[in-house]
Design a binder for this molecule. Structure first.
Ligand code: NAD
Ligand code: IPM
Ligand code: MN
Length: 367
């Protein structure tokens, strides 16, 4: 195995469009910084279903287990909406998360200064925002059983089960406390302990883990109130830790604080492998955006910033990650905007490819 191995799963819709720009960024790092990556590409989601009749082939799963990092674009689309649940594109992504045991999903929401007016929220609410949502990713209602649609007394019944073991809560809590230690040392845990027993256990276990982190100020909030506070005054937060479903919802809310869903990257991390690197998958928080797919309009920044997270968390290349993030910041400061970032009268409208070109030009200028 090469020193740095990547598996690219571009997926569906805008996935391949935004991933094409990441591919060029990877090539730039190889040529200009001497950072070689072994890159393999494969299918996931609807693209895999079309070829294999399943949203993730076993051979692809096996490859994902062996590489240092998986880069994923997006999965899903209207063409596949009527498929049986077991072969829906989204199942491919869920299988990767589950079988790689990627329990800690890091979703940082940072507001770049140039975009402080692009959000639907007021500038003073979001300028300078820098928060990290840590979402549990391998358990909870996404995976609990029993599940399914059955019939009781002649009526259909839909069932899903929220289930957490104390070990599952403790390991994601530890990941969140560790991150908080490297940041502003504040952690807010969100659940619904007022109505859910799993939330009561969540609160207890996070509190117990917190005894090992006396320097981190731990607070708790009900997730509904947390959603409200994220929109009211998000800068009160540093790190948030929450379960799989609440984390899904809260991170889409947080995305809008940054200006667009097209801006939010993520890292999904598991246990360390034999080479010391964590099992890892990097993906934008957004989906396949069927409404704009195939038009060259998608914002590639969330996917590019996900690669920056790979540089930082998988390859200990924090300075190169900073370089890439700065290049994105500068391009935004120059006024380039994909359509999702356009505000009234603001910026020069560009497509996916132009945005990639500009970011690479800034990388080049950083040398
Ligand atoms: P979505 O994130 O695909 O799109 C929501 C809205 O945001 C759309 O208006 C879209 O145009 C816009 N948007 C998203 N990403 C953008 C980008 N990079 N640049 C510009 N605009 C962007 O969510 P959806 O419409 O609810 O879901 C569409 C499909 O994607 C569904 O099949 C869903 O299951 C799937 N999905 C996949 C992932 C993933 O692969 N990780 C995440 C979310 C949704
Ligand atoms: C996300 C997505 C996924 C989720 C879907 C596509 C399975 O919405 O990563 O936020 O619900 O986790
Ligand atoms: Mn989501």
């Amino acid at each position: 195995m090469a020193d740095r191995s990547l598996l690219i799963l571009a997926g569906d819709g805008i996935g391949p469009e935004v991933m094409a720009e990441v591919r060029r960024v990877i090539d730039w790092f190889a040529e200009a910084r001497g950072l070689a990556f072994t890159v393999e590409e494969d299918l996931v989601g609807g693209a895999a279903y079309d070829v294999h009749g399943a949203p993730l082939a076993d051979a692809t799963m096996a490859k994902a287990q062996q590489v240092d990092a998986v880069l994923l674009g997006a999965v899903g689309g209207p063409k596949y909406d009527a498929l049986d649940f077991s072969v829906k594109p989204e199942r491919g992504l869920l299988r990767l998360r589950k079988e790689m045991d990627l329990f800690a999903n890091l979703r940082p929401a940072q507001c770049f200064e140039a975009l402080a007016d692009a959000s639907s929220l007021k500038r003073e609410v979001i300028a300078g925002l820098d928060i990290m949502i840590v979402r549990e990713l391998t358990s909870g209602v996404y995976f609990g059983s029993p599940r399914g649609v059955g019939v009781e007394d002649g009526k259909r019944v839909g069932v899903n089960t929220q289930r957490y073991t104390e070990d599952e809560i403790a390991r994601v809590a530890r990941a969140a406390f560790d991150l908080a230690m490297k940041r502003d040392r504040r952690l807010c845990s969100m659940e619904k302990a007022n109505v859910m027993e799993s939330g009561v256990l969540w609160r207890e276990v996070v509190t117990e883990v917190g005894r090992d982190y006396p320097d981190v100020a731990l607070s708790h909030m009900y997730a509904d109130a947390g959603a409200m506070q994220l929109v009211r005054w998000p800068k009160q937060f540093d790190v948030i830790v929450t379960d799989n479903l609440f984390g899904d919802i809260l991170s889409d809310i947080a995305a809008m604080l940054t200006g667009s869903l097209g801006m939010l990257p993520s890292a999904s991390l598991g246990a360390p492998m034999a080479n010391g690197r964590p099992k890892a998958l990097y993906e934008p928080v957004h989906g396949s955006a069927p409404d704009i797919a195939g038009q060259g309009l998608a914002n590639p920044i969330a996917c590019i910033l996900s690669f920056a997270m790979a540089l930082r968390y998988s390859f200990a290349l924090g300075e190169e990650a900073d370089r890439l993030e700065r290049a994105v910041e500068q391009v935004l400061a120059q006024g380039l905007r994909t359509p999702d970032l356009m505000t009234v009268g603001g910026g020069r409208k560009v497509g996916t490819r132009d945005m990639g070109d500009a970011i690479i030009a800034q990388l080049q200028a950083s040398l």
